[in-house]
Design a protein around this ligand. Sequence first.
Ligand code: ZN
Length: 166
Amino acid sequence: MEPDWPLSGQVKESAGGAGNKPGSRASIISMVFQLDHIGIVVESLEQAVPLWCGMLGFPAESVEYHEVPAEGVRIAMLQGNIKLELLEATDPQGSVQRFLEKRGGGLHHLCFATGSADEAHARLSEAGYQLLSDAPLNGAEGRVFFIHPRSASGVLSEMVELEEAE
Ligand code: ZN
């Protein structure tokens, strides 16, 4: 597999051709990749949220909760300079539950921000990356898709579509 990175072209197109303002999120993403969040599988949000809030000094009332039926999870988001996504399985047959049973929880995935999820999905698929869905899915905070650890040095990786800044 020969990865190439036509990222700037892709993102600029999706953000409306030459209209990118310097310093806009899309133009920054066109130069550097951006980590959006780190996913951590936990057995119980009820136990894990106070643990992480206590460790980081993060206010519990600022934690955002989402149900994501498409991924069989309930998540808690803690927003720092990036986000921590604590994942609790809601689907006993789902991949997060299987991860919990196999590994006892822990670091699960890295999520990177992208422009159009459709374009990123098509680009990576054409370049030979193994993707976990045929198209982007509805995640907690936008359209997402996952790249199989086999195609990413053993790290489950996620791409999330950025909301346009303007
Ligand atoms: Zn995630």
